[in-house]
Write a protein that binds this ligand. Structure first.
Ligand SMILES: NC(=O)c1ccc[n+]([C@@H]2O[C@H](COP(=O)([O-])OP(=O)(O)OC[C@H]3O[C@@H](n4cnc5c(N)ncnc54)[C@H](OP(=O)(O)O)[C@@H]3O)[C@@H](O)[C@H]2O)c1
Length: 369
């Protein structure tokens, strides 16, 4: 059966009707050809341990719960590392993969409030298990996204976008004209950091790995608002004086790589600058040359968005952050990082793509063709 025929059959099987049942207000209910979930029952290589499970039983809805039709959910390094069993978050097994995504409320328990059918929601907890076509969960496990927020922006908001926003906000007093240096600058988080910095009038120096198609990648990053894009080797062979004519040395460095790349970032920081480590893509430790601490007074700190979300549920600061980011996205000032939409049925492609080098392409699972 071709993908197009399968698609039409899936659509025809989707019936929408209105009814009252099970003590819940079943305003809209979809009986599709089963609920598709990507589950793992043991930790290991995601290419081997992730399995597609199709469940034809529609779960009933408790009165404090919502039924959510998932629309899009990215495959992030933290999802991969969790399945590999090397991430500090270890959901009880078997587990559904995926920490973030966006869905639409299609049914509400009678004791739910401040929410309505059709609202777009994102997780408000860290292990919702978003790689499934339908989620049933307590209403407080999700947050409503402001109307008009672009769908895929919402799908990738909670992890990378919030991380980039917070790192630019919480570690140095940055004013328009200040500079920030980052590695893995073509990552999802890096592309968001470029744009959030630009929206605040900050300048970014962006470091990426050497690759054959570097000019095409640089063009893309300049189009997002990057001020300087260099490869690792260009950074190593240059100096702050040569690379940054007319720009102040960076006050802030964002490190998602570790190893030699982190040392290069530190060398460019100004006296008293801060390097925030939020990822370790090279799997090399962060080593700090002694002189950087003593003579340059560099501060070396770490950041984990999960902890921030845990400590700031429904805080004024969290609300301000979500509102500002969604507003910028609605105004077109924040674009969704480069991505590829992959149907959940084709999940192996998404997992492979997420683990491949040099792609600059976030894999985003979608659930209805
Ligand atoms: N601490 C937190 O709260 C937090 C939150 C969000 C993200 N993160 C972390 O931030 C990092 C980026 O996440 P993302 O979702 O934005 O990633 P992504 O879009 O999947 O991109 C991965 C990035 O890592 C680079 N990379 C892969 N392998 C590498 C290696 N061996 N050496 C150097 N660079 C390598 C890739 O560069 P190439 O194009 O050259 O392959 C790309 O820039 C991850 O480590 C993630 O876990 C942390």
């Amino acid at each position: 059966m071709s993908a197009a025929v399968a698609h039409m059959m899936f659509r025809k099987l989707t019936l929408v009707h209105k009814a009252f049942c099970n003590g819940t207000i079943a305003i809209e209910k979809r009986f599709a050809s089963g609920i598709n979930s990507l589950i793992y029952s043991e930790y290991g290589d995601p290419n081997n341990v992730i399995q597609l499970q199709t469940d034809n039983k529609i779960p009933t809805l408790d009165e404090n719960c919502l039924r959510i039709e998932m629309l899009a959910s990215p495959v992030n390094p933290a999802d991969i590392n969790t399945i590999q069993g090397i991430y500090p978050v270890k959901p009880p097994l078997p587990a559904v993969g995926g920490f973030e995504g966006v869905g639409k409320v299609i049914e509400m328990g009678k004791r739910t409030s401040n929410i309505k059918i059709g609202d777009l929601v994102i997780p408000a907890i860290n292990s919702l298990g978003t790689w499934r076509s339908q989620v049933v969960c307590p209403a407080e496990h999700v947050s409503v996204i402001p109307e008009g927020t672009p769908l895929l922006f919402a799908a990738t908001l909670r992890v990378n976008t919030c991380t980039s926003y917070r790192m630019l906000a919480d570690f140095q007093d940055l004013e328009a004209g200040d500079t920030v240096i980052q590695n893995a600058a073509n990552s999802g988080a890096g592309q968001m950091a470029i744009q959030i910095a630009a929206a605040r009038g900050l300048k970014t120096i962006n470091v990426v790995r050497d690759r054959p198609n570097i000019d095409e990648l640089k063009d893309h990053m300049y189009s997002l608002g990057a001020n300087i894009v260099v490869t690792d080797s260009e950074l190593r062979m240059s100096s702050p004086e040569k690379l940054l004519p007319g720009l102040p040395r960076p006050k802030l460095g964002l490190n998602a790589v570790g190893g030699k790349s982190a040392i290069s970032l530190m060398k460019y920081l100004q006296h008293g600058g801060t390097m925030v480590t939020y990822g370790g893509m090279s799997k090399q430790p962060v080593t700090v040359p002694t002189g950087m601490l003593i003579f340059n007074n560099i501060k070396v700190v770490g950041y984990w968005m999960t902890r921030w979300h845990d400590r700031n549920p429904n805080s004024v600061e969290a609300e301000r952050m979500f509102d500002e980011l969604c507003q910028w996205a609605k105004e077109g000032r924040l674009q969704i990082p480069r991505h590829r939409l992959v149907n959940i049925l084709d999940y192996k492609t998404a997992i492979e793509g997420a683990m491949a080098d040099f792609t600059t392409e976030k894999q985003i699972l979608v659930f209805d063709q």
